[in-house]
Write a protein that binds this ligand. Structure first.
Ligand code: MG
Length: 315
């Protein structure tokens, strides 16, 4: 799918809104002036003056309003400079990069979701415009809204390690660190495959172990992404590809929790605090203990706490 971005004056954008009158969508996209859909193009105009054209007719539609060549590559002065830390290459924040991050490792309920996403340097200002930033600053509602837009703009791969499988591999003795390494590597390989023959200038993993341990974990893997791979903690703040990956991973996790909630018949809480003990106890009482492996990470201390709650209630 082709994407074209134009930078236009607000009066031009208002003119466009009139032009696309019949095609306007009743869609509330953060920061947008309007969104419209023709038979083969989605058009979204933002308050900043950026207008995004997506779809087979993107070039044709954009051609009505201006030329993309100068506008899409103009570096945005408002974009934060890259913070090169440790072994990271200088300017990594402005490179075309794959970023990867995971969600769910500390949550008793639900899977681990890992996403690797590719953000080309010319798309960095656009993603920023769409609200992509550290997902810790965003609530679920915002995460969902942003994820729904960016999932059609950037190539990404989502790996979901469901609870049943998670418990199996955990019981076989695999550490969570190794599971994560395998999932990150696989997601990155998938994205490399998707964008081939294009290659990213950098691959940035939100760091969860030392690089040497990461590669140690991957020893038995058939293929390992190694070239230009960098690690950093708080990588969401270093490259938007990691922030985008984090948003998409969180979106997938939220959707999965919603599915679990539906199956449970009540709202499943996140995290690993006392509220999940209560919820797990409720689940055991209503559906029986056998249901637990498909809902939770069994080795968490919460399993025993929930069991104790059930025993107390049954006394
Ligand atoms: Mg992380």
């Amino acid at each position: 799918m082709g994407n074209v971005v134009l930078n236009l004056e607000m009066n031009k954008i208002m003119e466009m809104r009139n032009f696309y009158g019949k095609n306007l969508l009743d869609k509330n996209i953060p920061g947008s002036v309007f969104a419209a859909k023709t038979s083969a193009c989605m058009i979204t105009a933002y308050k900043s003056g950026k207008v995004l054209f997506q779809g087979n007719d993107s070039e044709k539609e954009a051609g009505r309003w201006g030329s993309a060549s100068a506008s899409s590559k103009k570096p945005s002065s408002s974009h934060s400079k890259s913070v090169a830390k440790g072994d990271l290459p200088t300017g990594i924040g402005q490179m075309s990069a794959i970023g990867s991050d995971e969600v769910g490792t500390g949550d008793f309920f639900g899977p681990i979701t890992v996403v690797a996403a590719y953000v080309k340097k010319e798309n960095i200002p656009l993603l920023k415009e769409l609200g992509v930033r550290d997902s810790k600053d965003l609530n679920d509602e915002k995460i969902i809204a942003i994820a729904k837009v960016i999932k059609d703009i950037i190539p990404f791969s989502l790996m979901t390690l469901k609870n049943e499988k998670y418990n199996q591999v955990q019981q076989s003795g695999m550490s969570q660190g190794k599971m994560k390494a395998i999932l990150h590597n696989q997601a990155i390989l998938n994205v490399l495959d998707k964008i081939s023959p294009e290659k990213p200038e950098a691959i940035l993993i939100d760091q969860f172990v030392q690089a040497s341990t990461y590669f140690q974990h991957l020893k038995s893997q058939k293929a390992i992404a190694k070239e230009n791979v960098y690690f950093s903690t708080k990588a969401e703040g270093i490259h938007l590809a990691v922030a985008a990956a984090s948003i998409l991973a969180r979106y997938a996790f939220i959707q999965y929790i919603d599915k679990l909630s539906e199956a449970a018949g009540f709202k499943i809480p996140k995290g690993a605090g006392a509220q999940v003990d209560v919820a797990a106890a409720k689940l055991i009482m209503s559906k029986g203990r056998d249901i637990l492996p498909s809902f939770v990470k069994l080795h968490f201390a919460n399993t025993d706490k929930a069991t104790a709650l059930v025993n107390k209630k049954r006394k």
